[in-house]
Design a protein around this ligand. Structure first.
Ligand SMILES: [Fe+2]
Ligand SMILES: [Fe+2]
Length: 268
């Protein structure tokens, strides 16, 4: 019996919760205040620090500098939200998933901090993609897909002038590379792909599978686990895929628990 089947019972046991969360997701995936609060707090402190080991401790860091860096990241996220609200919400969810994976992989400190910022900004290059392509209901043509595939490079171009974000540029550039070398933009493979990019890629794909988009339906938990198993060593770093499978095996709450509770005023 494979891991997907072994975990099926645990997933099924959360079916009632999952149903309610799915209904909630159809309300456009409003992120909970708690998650947004965590994000702002994180950005206002450790997330907004640069990453060299010789930097002063957080308490010695000038508050106005922390604030400027946090505001830069939030400003970029706001620009992405103005362009494409779905991708901004997706980016916040990917940050949460990438953080969980980083924890499970035993990371802490600067590497986790970089991965979190990289996850928030991994798709910022979609600002440069025409709306007609981003929101196209049908399949993209080859030329349109080629333009869509330019978003990592365009994201790096947007972020490069911001010096303190330099450590995350490789993650933005390579978050669509595949472990077997068949991804883009450079087709690098295995450990040539920056580790943070490999973590964000798994988190990114989990979110893409968990949500219905105009071009395909969402997968259920067992299907997501099955895809991670099939993609391990091909699309995904096997160690990171294993950590993701282990994490998702805890049940639907781990993916959908970051969504806001249904509110009677949600549709007003
Ligand atoms: Fe992307
Ligand atoms: Fe993404």
């Amino acid at each position: 019996m494979n891991q997907a089947k072994r975990l099926q019972r645990r997933v099924v046991s959360g079916t009632g919760v999952l149903g309610a969360m799915r209904d909630e997701r159809r309300d456009r995936g409003i992120i909970s205040d708690a998650v947004l609060g965590d994000l702002r707090l994180g950005l206002a402190s450790e997330l907004s620090l640069s990453t060299t080991d010789s930097l002063p401790a957080l308490a010695d860091y000038p508050a106005h500098t922390r604030s400027a860096r946090a505001n830069t990241i939030l400003g970029l996220l706001a620009a992405l939200q103005a362009k494409d609200p779905y991708t901004a919400e997706h980016s916040i969810r990917v940050e949460v998933y990438a953080r969980k994976l980083a924890q499970r992989l035993g990371l802490a400190g600067a590497p986790t901090r970089d991965i979190r910022v990289g996850a928030i900004l991994h798709d910022v290059g979609k600002i440069a993609i025409p709306d007609a392509i981003l929101n196209k209901p049908g399949r993209l043509t080859i030329d349109e897909f080629d333009l869509m595939k330019s978003h990592p490079v365009r994201g790096v171009a947007i972020l490069r002038p911001i010096a303190f974000l330099e450590p995350i540029l490789p993650m933005v550039m390579h978050h669509h590379e595949w472990y077997d070398g068949t991804g883009y933009p450079e087709g690098i493979a295995g450990e040539e792909i920056p580790f943070g990019a490999r973590v964000i890629q798994v988190a990114d794909c989990i979110d893409a599978m968990a949500w219905t988009r105009h071009y395909r339906r969402e997968l259920n938990m067992a299907q997501i686990i099955s895809e991670l198993e099939k993609g391990a060593g091909r699309q995904f770093d096997p160690e990171i895929a294993a950590a993701a499978i282990d994490w998702i095996g805890e049940g639907p709450q781990c993916i959908y628990g970051i969504m806001a509770s249904p509110s009677p005023t949600a549709h007003v």
